[in-house]
Design a protein around this ligand. Structure first.
Ligand SMILES: Cc1cc2nc3c(=O)[nH]c(=O)nc-3n(C[C@H](O)[C@H](O)[C@H](O)COP(=O)(O)OP(=O)(O)OC[C@H]3O[C@@H](n4cnc5c(N)ncnc54)[C@H](O)[C@@H]3O)c2cc1C
Length: 442
């Protein structure tokens, strides 16, 4: 039946999960992947010191999604983080810290209480437009204006009144500013209202108990070849998985190999950011670049550094985030060298040298000795979450839909302007699209 033929663009976690759900409900699903492997941002990169994670370190899913992932990749491929550990990087006992903390934390206990009170008292709905209103709604006047606003402007290299509310939800753990330590962080995570305001920023359901009750999946080292497993799963389940098939917008329509998808499919779910399907970057779109550096250390960091730490608020520091894999992999007791990844958000073409990143990390983490550094030249483009970009991206999607009115298109790719960044948001949206298709068909 034509209304059961669905195309999915992108064979990463979002695309695979949506496909698994649809296929189980009797839909005919074809996944078109631009590259020659599954995984997208959840895959690995070859570095001089072995395979390293590319982007996503923790995958936030609900139980049903976790079971589907288990059936695709094997249930033993992941460690599962639950409860207040779900977002393990957001909980850290700073008393153990042995690094230069340049995060603008609220150190004073009375001021911390004031910040908490202000957050608790404000139960208004999320601000849809500018970041300015959303800053004070979520963080109160005191913490919002004095701490969060300057940090946000530094991260996105733009003024808060030009940024969209979504800017607050992305790539950035603003909670640390008001939480300052593990006790406060856990207090927040256990309070369903606070969790829904801060950890679950889009306030989608179900709210509460950390990221809307999701689990955190961390890849195990000893996992099998995901590409092979996904191919086997697709073959067994009857999902068509096609590689080297980039989707492109031609004459205003999403097409594969020059042919509009609307000719053969009833609907599609696009898991890559919409603008990436255009041959040329849409004019006027304001983008930043994300570079990733990998550093091999001479000694393990152990507990002296959290799973990740944002560093973007000191004008002299270029790194946006340092990720310590050890912090996620509680079980990697015997690992000799520790690998850090350093994510740097910068203007296009203004890459930072490996040497600069090495010395920056040595400044931040006391006594750390970096053995080797490597820059992964991915040059990932990220839209600056401005109000102007938000309008452009909305229009891009509306125009695609208008051009093919009978071909329903769902967009779940990363949209920093709309607060769609972390896996529970992007993957959650791809999955929601599948659920909506199922509802419509029944
Ligand atoms: C540096 C970094 C760190 C991150 N860390 C975390 C984290 O710790 N936790 C977390 O929850 N989230 C994190 N994220 C966000 C997370 O990676 C994304 O939310 C998630 O990967 C999105 O998954 P997805 O399946 O929706 O899309 P993606 O993983 O982006 O996959 C899209 C797929 O589409 C394919 N594709 C692209 N263009 C086309 C085309 N034209 N035609 C066909 N196929 C195409 C790609 O090859 C890819 O396979 C991070 C992101 C970055 C960049």
């Amino acid at each position: 039946m034509m209304n059961k033929k669905i195309a999915i663009i992108g064979a990463s976690v979002g695309g695979l999960l949506a496909a698994a759900k649809l296929q189980k409900q009797g839909f005919e699903v074809t996944i078109f992947e631009k590259g020659n492997a599954v995984g997208g941002l959840f895959s690995e990169v070859k570095t001089p010191f072995g395979q390293q994670e590319l982007g996503m370190h923790v995958l936030y899913v609900n139980e049903e999604q976790r079971d589907f992932l288990g059936s695709i990749f094997g249930a033993n491929s992941f460690d599962i983080l639950k409860g207040t550990d779900v977002d393990i990087g957001g909980s850290y006992a700073f008393s153990k810290a042995n690094f230069k903390s340049i995060y603008p934390k609220i150190e004073n206990v009375e001021e911390q209480e004031l910040a908490f009170r202000e957050i608790l008292e404000n139960k208004s709905k999320p601000e849809k437009n500018s970041a300015l209103g959303e800053i004070t709604r979520r963080f109160g006047n005191f913490a919002g204006n004095q701490f969060v606003k300057p940090a946000l402007e530094k991260l996105w290299l733009a003024a808060a009144d030009e940024l969209s509310a979504g800017a607050l939800h992305c790539f950035f753990d603003l909670r640390r500013i008001v939480l300052a330590d593990k006790a406060n962080s856990d207090r927040l995570k256990q309070d369903s209202f606070l969790d829904s305001v801060i950890a679950n920023p889009l306030q989608e359901k179900p709210a509460g108990s950390v990221f809307g009750g999701r689990e955190g999946l961390v890849l195990k080292d000893e996992r099998k070849d995901f590409n092979l497993l996904a191919k086997e799963w697709a073959e067994k389940s009857g999902v068509q998985l096609k590689f080297s098939k980039p989707a492109e917008v031609l004459n205003g329509k999403i097409s594969i190999s020059g042919k509009a998808l609307s000719n053969d499919f009833h609907s599609c779910i696009v898991t890559t950011p919409t603008q990436t399907m255009f041959k040329e970057t849409p004019k006027g779109l304001d983008q930043l670049e994300l570079s990733i550096y990998y550093l091999k250390l001479q000694e393990k960091l152990g507990d002296s550094f959290p799973a990740y730490y944002m560093l973007c608020h000191d004008p002299s520091i270029k790194s946006s985030r340092i990720v310590n894999y050890e912090g996620y992999h509680k079980t990697k007791e015997n690992q000799v060298a520790t690998i850090l990844s350093v994510e740097v958000l910068h203007e296009i073409g203004q890459q930072v040298s490996v040497e600069e990143i090495k010395s920056e990390v040595a400044t931040v983490i006391k006594g750390v000795k970096v053995e080797e550094g490597h820059c992964f030249e991915r040059k990932l483009k990220v839209c600056r979450p401005t109000l102007k970009n938000a309008e452009m991206l909305d229009n891009l999607q509306l125009d695609l839909q208008k051009k093919s009115p009978n071909f329903q298109q769902y967009f779940s790719g990363m949209r920093t302007d709309a607060g769609v960044f972390f896996s529970h948001q992007t993957i959650g949206m791809a999955y929601e699209s599948a659920l909506e298709l199922i509802r419509k068909a029944s």
